[in-house]
Design a protein around this ligand. Structure first.
Ligand code: GLY
Length: 401
């Protein structure tokens, strides 16, 4: 999320520095890269946000590829969701957007699919991108090309505010262990699951996910398979990314667990039995930033000058494109126009078919960070809200990484 926003802002001519505590823990390096608003069964404004981001992905990726000179591994592979019964299938929130499949259809789309699944839905509009090996690298290179500065290993310890309560800087510890004050009037908080450590009022908690990958034969599987609790994401070279456990009770506890890995193995056996024999490649874990309704926190925070782009839970890769656009607009509206220095403009510009001001306003309103709070009567806006509601562990935040 941070890289996507840095890329957007640099393309708009802003001077950007990315502060990153540990590159490897960024969700962009952990996620499977599914572009799946329909397969994930999203609803309400979150579905709309996902759909609008999905539309933007091809143009967004083309710009990153042009600016970086690197491919991102975008695959419009479609995603199949198998079900155990017709009733289950028809009750799926996004069923109207999918193509119903009977058993023959399932076998055609997923050769070798397990016997437990009589029916399914094909979401041909969903897809995937090779985030871990390609997109993140391309984004980094595109950012560097646009003049973005990086401080890797720099941990932000605290926010500094001036007498009026506005952002005036951040205190950080550099990779060399020195404490520094970096002055700034604007910053974007995109710390994923750890965001509430800097701003404890944010209703955010980690949901751990364990993953693994297998090396399959090239083209053994073309579609992504999104089963309950396990999904299979086939890359072009046959690498199969398998995710993911969902462990809110784990907090920030690091590491793989036998239970988590067994869950994935039995998911593989149920979805695609032949893949159980494919050679294992990697195992890893990460932490999704989750909010009470599983929607992100976007736009202004309680600190003037500090913007939020966090809480994307299961959909960070998908939502990166639209989040970057929304945050780019927020900062532009606040900070005024900026001239793009010669030689720094994005190869194809940052725009494309942008959101209308009204759409931007609706999304920013629907995903404001304080939407869960009860204000005095009359202060609540009546706009649509994300509908899902997650179990919110107490306390919301503050668990150390
Ligand atoms: N987007 C899938 C996951 O978070 O596991």
């Amino acid at each position: 999320m941070g890289l996507a926003i840095a890329y957007e802002l640099a393309g708009r001519g802003r001077a950007v520095t990315v502060l990153s505590r540990r590159r490897s823990e960024a969700a962009g390096f952990v996620a499977a890269g599914m572009l799946a608003p329909h397969a994930e069964g999203l609803r309400g404004p979150l579905l709309e946000l996902g759909q609008r981001s999905l539309e933007r992905i091809p143009g967004w990726v083309a710009r990153i590829e042009a600016d970086s000179g690197l491919g991102c591994g975008l695959r419009p592979s479609g995603i199949v969701v198998p079900f155990r019964s017709v009733a289950e299938r028809d009750a799926y929130p996004t069923a109207p957007y999918g193509q119903p499949l009977d058993r023959r259809g399932l076998e055609r789309e997923i050769p070798g699919i397990g016997a437990d699944w009589p029916v399914g839905l094909l979401f041909a509009q969903d897809g995937q991108i090779d985030n871990r090996r390609r997109l993140m690298r391309a984004l980094e290179r595109a950012c560097v090309g646009l003049g973005v500065a990086f401080q890797e290993g720099a941990e932000v310890l605290a926010l500094r505010r001036d007498g009026a309560g506005e952002l005036s800087g951040v205190e950080l510890r550099t990779a060399e262990g020195e404490q520094q004050l970096l002055s700034c009037r604007e910053a974007v908080l995109a710390c994923g699951a750890w965001s509430a450590q800097l701003l404890p009022e944010l209703p955010l908690f980690p949901v751990k996910g364990q993953m693994l990958s297998l090396q399959g034969p090239r083209q053994a599987l073309e579609r992504v398979v999104f089963g309950p609790g396990t999904y299979l994401v086939p890359r072009e070279d046959g690498l199969l990314v398998v995710g993911a456990t969902s462990e809110p009770q784990a907090g920030f506890r690091e590491g793989l667990t036998p239970d988590g890995q067994r869950t994935l193995q039995s998911g593989i056996a149920a979805l695609l039995p032949a893949a159980s024999c494919w050679p294992p490649m990697e195992r890893w874990w990460g932490f999704r930033p989750c909010t009470p309704d599983e929607g992100p926190l976007l736009g202004a925070s309680s600190v003037t000058g500090l913007w939020l782009a966090t809480g994307h839970h299961r959909n960070g890769v998908l939502l990166a494109a639209i989040t970057a656009e929304l945050l780019g607009s927020c900062l532009a509206e606040q900070g005024g126009a900026h001239t793009v220095p010669a030689g720094q403009a994005s190869a194809t510009g940052s725009g494309g078919e942008g959101l209308s001001p009204e759409e931007r306003r609706r999304f920013i309103e629907a995903f404001r960070w304080d939407r869960f709070q009860q204000g005095p009567p009359g202060t609540q806006d009546s706009g649509e809200r994300p509908q899902r509601s997650a179990q919110l562990p107490a306390p919301w935040s503050g668990a150390p990484a």
